[in-house]
Design a protein around this ligand. Structure first.
Ligand SMILES: [Fe+2]
Length: 299
């Protein structure tokens, strides 16, 4: 998967939005924003100001872990009056919706055909700027987007799904409540751990994952219980690095096992993944050389 992406990381990164708008010469923007998080994160203060100079249409009609009808609603709204640029602000769900609208908007076949891998994109995508308001999914750094179709999880994976640009500003996570800090942080931690043992891992992905694990071990508890600026900054970087790691390696069993818990029981994604991480780690530890399907070999 390609990892070519313009990225701005660290406090103040959101301020780069005006520069990105100017660079892309965008005259119209389709804004996908998480209901509530757009204002709660403080993103609206800078984003509304940056977007005041361009024609903007907003979409926030979705719930966490986006369902296919949510994607179709966003796509319908976009296609009624296409925009030059998509800006997605929120957790993984908002960014996944932004990715899917970006990817699907100009494609000629039925959207379901791309979701199910029956069609390859023949047309360009609409450039997407991804701005996370949680420190978790790392979705801003990955080439895949998740949607739930009739209760089943699908992932569209294509290098064209990678956002054109991401702005990762930890200040947007400063006001996250403890439960969401913990759930999103656990997602980042589990993604990094799974990435290390994933058979598709490379030296590059392992380096990203190891750094993410160390950052999460240092900062996740503080970010969840008594957040400091340093803890927020650390988890923001951990989540982005874990996203870069799984963009190469993908995730493994704990993620695969989590989707039904989220879809059927409503357990938040990061919590659902963390439930089985220990058991999967113990299982993997017990495997011998004869069980190893890893192309890198055992060890
Ligand atoms: Fe995840």
């Amino acid at each position: 998967m390609s990892s070519s992406q313009k990225s701005f990381l660290g406090r103040g990164a959101l301020g780069k939005l005006e520069e990105v708008l100017s660079e892309t010469s965008a005259e119209s923007v389709f804004l996908v924003k998480s209901p509530g998080a757009y204002e709660a994160s403080g993103a609206h203060l800078l984003v509304d100001q940056a977007l005041a100079k361009v024609k903007t249409r907003s979409f926030d009609g979705f719930t966490p872990n986006p369902k296919w009808p949510d994607i179709l609603s966003a796509l319908d709204l976009f296609r009624k009056e296409p925009c030059d640029l998509i800006v997605a602000i929120g957790g993984g769900s908002a960014i996944d919706i932004g990715k899917l609208v970006s990817f699907l908007a100009l494609q000629p076949a039925a959207p379901e055909a791309y979701l199910k891998g029956e069609e390859e994109p023949s047309e360009p995508v609409i450039p997407l700027v991804a701005i996370p308001t949680t420190a978790g999914s790392g979705s801003e750094a990955t080439c895949f987007a998740v949607a739930y179709y009739e209760g089943k999880k699908y992932s569209v994976a294509h290098e064209k799904v990678l956002p054109y640009c991401c702005l990762v500003d930890p200040a947007l996570t400063d006001g996250l409540p403890p439960l969401w800090s913990a759930c999103s942080g656990l997602d980042a931690f589990c993604q990094a751990v799974e990435s290390v043992w994933a058979v598709l891992s490379t030296d590059e992905s392992v380096a990203h994952a190891k750094k993410a694990i160390l950052l999460a071990l240092e900062h996740l508890e503080a970010a969840s219980r008594s957040p400091t600026r340093s803890a927020r900054d650390g988890m923001s970087e951990a989540a982005h690095l874990a996203g870069k790691a799984i963009n190469i390696s993908r995730t493994t069993a704990s993620h695969a096992l989590s989707y039904t818990m989220t879809s059927n029981l409503g357990i938040p994604h990061g919590h659902a993944v963390a439930v089985t991480l220990g058991a999967v780690m113990a299982y993997n530890y017990g495997l011998g050389e004869e069980d190893c399907l890893d192309p890198r070999g055992p060890g």
